[in-house]
Design a protein around this ligand. Structure first.
Ligand code: ADP
Ligand code: MG
Length: 219
C-alpha cells in the first residue's frame, strides 16, 4: 500500500532537510501513526504521501504509483481517487452546507455528484440532521466529522488524518480515533494519522509507529 525509501524534503531557503524518512512501509489495511514534535515534518510527510507536495529526494509509492512521476493535473485526479485527506485545518467552505462541503470531494476529483452518498456518510457519522447546516452552525467535533465524510466520499484506499486529536479531551480523543479506525476498516483502507500526542498511541495500539525528529536532531 505504501513504501517510502530514503525520503528527505527541504523547503526552499532551508539549510537542512525538514523531513528525513530512511524507510517505511505499510501493507493494505494496516494502520500507522506518524509521531513527532511540532516542526518535525508530520504535515510535510502527509502532504508528500497525498501528492500535494512533490518529493525531491527519495521515493514514495502508494498502491504501486510512484508519487514523483505524477504531473500536477494527474496528481489531483490520482489523489481524488486514492487518498482521503483530513487536514488539520478542516478547510470547510463557510457558505456551503454540510452536504455540499462533502460533495466538493466529487467535484474536486471529477466524479459525478452523489447526494445520496453524502447523506449516507452524514448518517453513518451521526449527522443525519445536519445536512443543510452551515459550518458555523456546527460544533468543532461535528465539523471534523463533516471533513471526515468529505475525505471518505471517494472510498479511498488510504485515509490520512493530520493531528485529528489536537485540542481534544481524553474521551473525545479516543472516540475520534475509534471513528477514524471504523471508517478506514469499513473501506478496507489504511489509516495514517499524525500526532504529537502519546494518547494516540494508546488509542491505536495496532498502529505501526513512524517517529519523526526535530529537524537537525540526530535520528
Ligand atoms: P509538523 O507538522 O510536524 O509540525 P511541518 O511539516 O509543518 O511539521 O513542518 C516541518 C518544518 O518545515 C518546520 O520547520 C516548518 O517551519 C517548515 N515548513 C513547513 N511548511 C513550510 C513551507 N511551506 N515553507 C517553508 N518551510 C515550511
Ligand atoms: Mg503539522
Amino acid at each position: 500500500m505504501l513504501q517510502i525509501a530514503k525520503l528527505t524534503h527541504r523547503y526552499p531557503g532551508a539549510h537542512i532537510p525538514q523531513l528525513n524518512v530512511p524507510a517505511f512501509s505499510l501493507a493494505r489495511g494496516e494502520h500507522a501513526i506518524v509521531i513527532g514534535p511540532s516542526g518535525s515534518g508530520k504535515s510535510t510527510l502527509l502532504h508528500l504521501i497525498a501528492a500535494i507536495l512533490t518529493p525531491q529526494n527519495g521515493d514514495i509509492r502508494v498502491a504501486d504509483t510512484s508519487i514523483a512521476t505524477l504531473a500536477p493535473r494527474a496528481a489531483d485526479q490520482w489523489r481524488g481517487r486514492h487518498i482521503g485527506f483530513l487536514p488539520q485545518k478542516l478547510a470547510l467552505i463557510p457558505s456551503l452546507n454540510a452536504r455540499d462541503n462533502i460533495l466538493l470531494a466529487a467535484y474536486a476529483s471529477g466524479q459525478a455528484s452523489d447526494s445520496a452518498r453524502a447523506d449516507a456518510l452524514l448518517s453513518a457519522l451521526g449527522l443525519a440532521d445536519k445536512a443543510t447546516a452551515k459550518p458555523h452552525q456546527l460544533s468543532q467535533g461535528q465539523k471534523q466529522r463533516v471533513a471526515l465524510a468529505r475525505a471518505m466520499f471517494n472510498r479511498p484506499q488510504l485515509l490520512l488524518a493530520d493531528e485529528p486529536t489536537a485540542n481534544l479531551d481524553d474521551a473525545s480523543c479516543r472516540s475520534a480515533i475509534a471513528l477514524l479506525l471504523a471508517q478506514a476498516n469499513e473501506l478496507g483502507a489504511s489509516l495514517i494519522l499524525s500526532t504529537h500526542d502519546a494518547r494516540v498511541v494508546e488509542a491505536l495500539p495496532q498502529g505501526k509507529l513512524l517517529r519523526l525528529h526535530a529537524a537537525g536532531a540526530a535520528s
